[in-house]
Design a protein around this ligand. Structure first.
Ligand code: ISL
Ligand code: CA
Length: 559
């Protein structure tokens, strides 16, 4: 056994594997109500297995009034009837595990629904035992110009979805804090009872055998104890979202947050793997949704030789960076340089909050993006439909569902376009739901001719590219566990090397990506093309130079 092989044995599934995000409302409907459900996911597990991913992260499935489509939880240990029953979940989990697929749940620790019994109690009186479970605050003191209390906000913190982060409660004459909708009151994570309740809910799902959590807005859990106002953002301009008016100095990324992440990590470390018995290190994965600059982000891995923090603090840099070779080379180099010892990198290319990849960078570049994501060092996270090159759906004004869009109409865009139903077949409703049902969001344009079934039968389709890439990544230790070197931008071309040992032989790969709009020729060491993103030139030898079309990428096995 080679060194790389033995390292591979020790590595966790969430390091060598690939994560696939399912937005459950939009994946597969089985009862004709136009909304995807758990039975639908179970029915599509073979598709995911065939695609070649390792884990499915499912956006929230818990009981919820759906003010923010599940990110407003009213019961952390149940399943919303819209998605099915607890039995349906158990069936899904068992079926996934039987196929060797892991299941990651989306946990929402920062806020509950305003309909959660905890909040109902909390707002019932100032002396209620759960009053302190949320963040209540008196109105600011009246100044010289007397104003009524409900208008005297405690500070200038803004909701991520527009407007102030405070809502006045008539009944108890105080404000409560909500970083998102007023239907999503923020919990008080300084209260030990809150922590205990949330940890109990985590244990409930871990005991059932879920393979990990993606923790929603992990960097927002703790707020300044004095509720100090944020400094104004000098770069704010009117077209921007309200939340950008101030800099998030006092209501985000507070040092105590890292203690909580460490507690979550410790809780999860006690659990054994659900499949296989490679019980080293953390077998249940803790992922953090964290929108922070890279230097702040990497702190969420935690400190010390055992890294006490999140296994994968989501790295959104590829989404936030200009799509250009120099910018991306810089991101990779910077990120790799910032990673603490022992930390495992990860990259995300799309999710339910961001415009679709193929819409952001175009269908042609989306092929290069697939090669980039699946050949970088670290765990890739894919968003459902990106493997088909799905684009943002066009949402007519009367089809808007996203509360973020409704709250701040016209300011930028809502998130409905990237949440449109998965397109499965060239049949009514693309096979997402029954032919006579009405999908909760409209389908993307072009689904009739491009969908999973159609692409599965077409040799050079995007789906075939993803399948091929996922298979190559699985097959080669170097690609899923090796190192990365020589990350270089040369004009519009980004290239890097993956380095490793396979069966005792050094097995290096060269990745060459043309992120520009014109054909380019760059130098390249001697090797054999393993894959081109156009799926046309595998097997040919290269030496000296290679030519890459716009949006094309090459994977070359070096000699
Ligand atoms: O969208 C953002 C960054 O581009 C942020 O404004 C936002 O904080 C982030 O997307 C948080 O998202 C998560 O929490 C929200 C929920 O609406 C999102 O769907 C979820 O991914 C509130 O729970
Ligand atoms: Ca349904």
């Amino acid at each position: 056994m080679s060194m790389a092989d033995s390292e591979f044995e020790a590595a966790q599934w969430w390091q060598t594997g690939v994560i696939y995000q399912v937005y459950p409302r939009s994946f597969q409907d089985t009862n004709g109500d136009g909304v995807g459900d758990l039975k639908g996911i179970t029915a599509r597990l073979d598709y995911l297995k065939g695609l070649g991913v390792d884990a499915v992260w499912i956006s929230p499935i818990f009981p919820s009034p759906m003010a923010d489509f599940g990110y407003d939880v009213s019961d952390y240990t149940g399943v919303d009837p819209l998605f099915g029953t607890m039995k349906d979940f158990d069936v899904l989990l068992a079926a996934a595990h039987a196929k060797g697929l892991r299941v990651i749940l989306d946990f929402v620790p920062n806020h509950t629904s305003d309909q959660h019994p905890w909040f109902v109690e909390s707002r019932s009186s100032r002396t209620n035992a759960k009053r302190d479970w949320y963040l209540w605050h008196d109105a600011a003191r009246a100044g010289d110009n007397w104003q009524p209390a409900p208008t005297r906000l405690p500070n200038n913190w803004m909701s991520q979805f527009g407007g102030p982060a405070w809502t006045w409660d008539e009944g108890t004459q105080q404000f409560y804090l909500h970083s998102f909708l007023k239907e999503q009151p923020d919990l008080n994570w300084r209260n030990p009872e809150v922590r205990a309740a949330m940890y109990a809910a985590m244990r409930f799902w871990l005991d059932k055998g879920v393979d990990g959590f993606r923790m929603d807005v992990l960097w927002l859990l703790i707020k300044d104890i004095y509720f100090q106002s944020n400094p104004p953002n000098p770069e704010y301009y009117d077209a921007q979202h309200d939340v950008k008016r101030v800099l998030p100095v006092f209501n985000a990324d507070q040092p105590e947050t890292l203690e909580i992440v460490a507690e979550m990590r410790a809780l999860m470390a006690a659990y054994r793997p659900t499949i296989g018995d490679k019980g080293v290190g953390s077998s249940r994965v803790l992922i953090g949704e964290i929108y922070l600059p890279l230097d702040r982000l990497v702190r969420y891995y935690g400190a010390g030789p055992q890294l006490s923090g999140a296994d994968l603090p989501f790295n959104f840099a590829l989404i936030q960076t200009r799509w250009a070779a120099d910018a991306i080379a810089e991101v990779i180099t910077k990120y790799e340089g910032l990673l603490p010892a022992g930390a495992w990198p990860n990259y995300v290319l799309g999710n339910h909050d961001q415009p679709r990849l193929a819409t952001r960078i175009g269908k042609q570049q989306a092929r290069a993006a697939a090669l980039l994501l699946l050949t970088l060092r670290g765990t890739p996270t894919m968003y459902y439909g990106d493997e088909l090159g799905m684009v943002d759906a066009v949402i007519a004004p009367d089809q808007v569902r996203d509360p973020a869009e409704k709250n701040e109409p016209g300011k930028g865009r809502g998130r409905d376009p990237e949440r449109s139903p998965m397109v499965w077949v060239s049949a009514p409703n693309a096979g997402f739901t029954m032919p006579d049902a009405v999908p909760w969001l409209p389908l993307e344009a072009g689904w009739e001719t491009e969908n999973a079934a159609e692409q599965g039968g077409r040799k050079e389709s995007m789906l075939m590219l993803y399948r091929k890439l996922l298979a190559l990544r699985r097959q080669h230790d170097t690609l899923h566990a090796g190192g990365i070197a020589e990350v270089v931008a040369e004009g519009s071309v980004l290239r890097f090397r993956r380095v490793g040992l396979e069966d005792g032989e050094s097995t290096d790969f060269q990745v060459v990506l043309n992120l520009g709009s014109e054909v380019a020729t760059v130098s390249c060491a001697k090797g054999t093309v393993v894959l081109t993103t156009l799926l046309d030139g595998a097997g040919s030898s290269v030496e000296g130079t290679v030519t890459v079309e716009a949006g094309e990428g090459l994977l070359i096995a070096l000699e």
